[in-house]
Structures are given as structure tokens and as C-alpha cells.
Design a protein around this ligand. Structure first.
Ligand SMILES: [Zn+2]
Ligand SMILES: [Zn+2]
Ligand SMILES: [Zn+2]
Length: 355
């Protein structure tokens, strides 16, 4: 890495790996020592975030990073995400970074002595305030945040390919956040160094994403016959999970799901960008499949043969359904017959039997 770096960024020391709460407090102190205009607040957080980003691109520099490099890449990318997204949120309103904004007070805020919101709430609040974060981007952010928590207890669970593919997406999001929301706080003396740093980081992102793209290109002929049952992978974000009746796995990152429900929940969270709570609140998350009757049907899923078209998909039968309608009696989805009945065959049979 060359160029004159921003003070603080790229100090040569390993960025520290504080615990979550300690990290929050450190960030909050750095970002929000004074609830003044957003641009000025963002500056220390931006330096800190850029420092972490340099570390991530160093760690993911080659096509086959070692396990230790992957571990630190996840931790540092997660730290960068927290600093930069929260700085953006604080720029909208400093109260929003509190777990409970209605209880926010300025003294706790200035001393950094308060519980700040988690990453899921940060994303939700940014979206509520008009900041665009797509389901794929939210999925990538969520995957890292889950992986970071698992690392603390169980060690790495995502494969190298999944981490590289997801890291590329998250790095792009963070670059966009910096470009749109954070860089204006830099004073004239440091602006050249900032542009130099960003240029270096920006140049590395396509390379990191490129490893996954290159593997996808190799896989294309193998996946071609299965496009109508190929889902985007909740772990790596690539179109490489061929859903199967028994167990399914990703042909690119080799993440493996033993049960249909495991893939279904991961899909809802990692691809559709739902929170586990939102998903479960929604009537248990899945609907009864008209074919196998199992509660393994999502009414929104996307398949590689028509990647933008929402369809119903049963994760147990591993098959898509088009044109399902809701039964007016039992409210379950069913395939409408040519007769145009708005009642499913079960309800119809039951109704006829009771007549
Ligand atoms: Zn995958
Ligand atoms: Zn089914
Ligand atoms: Zn019915």
C-alpha cells in the first residue's frame, strides 16, 4: 500500500479487536463527542473505518487466504461496518444510535456511556430515514454480523469463498456510504490523503469480488441444467444453491443445509433480508405447500432462470409455483384450477362432505 495516508488510518499497528460493548463505546466517543453538524462528527469515525478497511483488503489480498486471515477479515470488516453505518445514522440524528432513542440524553451521549443499537436496528433505522440498502446488501451485512458472533464462540463457520464474495458486497456498500454521507467532514489539509486512501481501497474491491466471479464462471456449465431450481446462496450471495429434496449445498462456497427448514430460514434472512423475528412473526414464516402440505413454502423466492421474478417456492419439494392464490376459506396458498374457484380443493371437499 502506498501513498500518504490519513492520520490515524493505516497506523501500522493491528487495529484492536474490542468486545462489542467496548467497541460501541469507543466508536461513540470517537464519532459523537459533540452532537454538532454531521460532517464534523463523522471525521474520526471515518479514519477509524478506513483503517479497518485497509486491514480487510490486506487480509483478503490473495485468492486463498489462510484461516487466520479470514478470521481477522471478518472481525475488521464487521468493525468497519459498525463504525461507518453508525456514523451515518448519527449524522441523521444522534439519538438514533441509542438502543431506545426515546430515552436518549445528551450527557450519556457525550460520554459514550450508553447502550447503542445493534447492526440490525442500525440498518432498519437507516432505511426508515431514506438510506437505500438492498436485500442483497442487508443479507451480506447480516451474514458478517452473524459470523462475527459465531467466531467468538465456535470459530469460523463460513468458507473462504463465502467470506470473499460477501466481503466484496460489504466493501462496496461501505465505499458508497463514505462517498455519499461521510467524506465531507475532512478538512482541506487531509482531503488529498483521503482520496489517495480511497483510491487504493477502491482498486482492491473488484479484485476481491473477482475471485467469486471467476469461480462462478467456471461453474456456469455445471449449473446450467438446474437454473429453474437454483437459488441465491444465503452464505456467499452467489446464484449457486441448487435446491434438492434432501440436503442442499452451495456449489461455490460449499455451505451445506441438512434440512429444508434450515435453508429456508437462512434464505429468508440472508437473501430476502428479513430479520429472524420478522420472519417468525409472519405466521411462522413459511406457508403450507399445496403439493407436500409441509410448511416449507415461501411466497417470495427468486430462481436463476428468472432472477427478478418473485415466485412461491417449496424448500421441501424443491420446486417453484407460479400463480398461487390464497384460499378464501383457510387462507392457505393453492394452485388455482381452470374452474376459477377461490377455495382450495381441501376446503371444497370438506364443504361438500358437510352439506
Ligand atoms: Zn454459497
Ligand atoms: Zn412442497
Ligand atoms: Zn382452503
Amino acid at each position: 500500500m502506498s501513498g500518504t495516508h490519513l492520520p490515524g488510518a493505516r497506523s501500522g499497528e493491528d487495529p484492536k479487536l474490542p468486545g462489542e460493548r467496548q467497541q460501541n463505546e469507543e466508536l461513540i466517543r470517537l464519532v459523537m463527542s459533540d452532537p454538532g453538524p454531521a460532517a464534523e462528527l463523522a471525521y474520526p469515525a471515518l479514519l477509524n473505518g478506513i483503517d479497518y478497511l485497509f486491514s480487510v483488503i490486506d487480509l483478503l489480498d490473495g485468492p486463498d487466504p489462510a484461516p487466520r486471515a479470514l478470521k481477522f477479515a471478518v472481525l475488521h470488516l464487521q468493525a468497519a461496518t459498525e463504525v461507518l453505518l453508525k456514523a451515518c445514522l448519527a449524522g441523521i440524528d444522534w439519538r438514533l444510535v441509542f438502543t431506545k432513542p426515546e430515552e436518549a440524553d445528551e450527557i450519556s451521549y457525550k460520554t459514550g456511556d450508553f447502550a447503542s443499537c445493534g447492526i440490525a436496528d442500525t440498518v432498519k433505522r437507516l432505511r426508515q430515514h431514506g438510506v437505500t440498502i438492498s436485500p442483497e446488501e442487508k443479507g451480506a451485512i447480516t451474514a458478517f454480523s452473524k459470523e462475527r458472533n459465531k467466531l467468538q464462540h465456535f470459530g469460523a463457520t463460513l468458507s473462504a469463498a463465502a467470506i470473499e464474495a460477501r466481503a466484496g458486497v460489504v466493501l462496496e456498500i461501505l465505499m458508497r456510504f463514505i462517498d455519499t454521507h461521510l467524506w465531507r467532514g475532512i478538512d482541506a489539509d487531509h482531503v488529498d490523503a483521503y482520496f489517495e486512501d480511497m483510491k487504493t481501497i477502491r482498486a482492491s474491491v473488484p479484485r476481491i469480488r473477482g475471485y467469486a466471479t471467476a469461480r462462478m464462471t467456471q461453474l456456469t456449465p455445471e449449473l446450467e441444467p438446474f437454473k429453474s431450481t437454483t437459488l441465491r446462496c444465503p452464505a456467499c450471495g452467489m446464484w449457486a444453491v441448487v435446491a434438492e429434496v434432501d440436503e442442499s449445498h452451495c456449489r461455490l462456497c460449499f455451505t451445506h443445509w441438512e434440512y429444508d427448514t434450515a435453508l429456508l430460514v437462512d434464505y429468508a434472512v440472508g437473501v430476502l433480508g428479513l430479520s429472524v423475528k420478522d420472519f417468525l412473526d409472519d405466521d411462522g414464516g413459511a406457508q403450507a405447500c399445496p403439493e407436500c402440505q409441509r410448511h416449507s413454502l415461501l411466497t417470495e423466492a427468486y430462481l436463476a432462470d428468472a432472477p427478478d421474478k418473485p415466485r412461491s417456492f417449496c424448500f421441501n419439494c424443491a420446486r417453484p409455483f407460479d400463480g398461487l392464490v390464497t384460499c378464501t376459506r383457510c387462507t392457505l396458498p393453492f394452485q388455482m384450477e381452470g374452474n376459477g374457484d377461490l377455495v382450495c380443493s381441501n376446503c371444497l371437499t370438506a364443504a361438500l362432505a358437510s352439506d
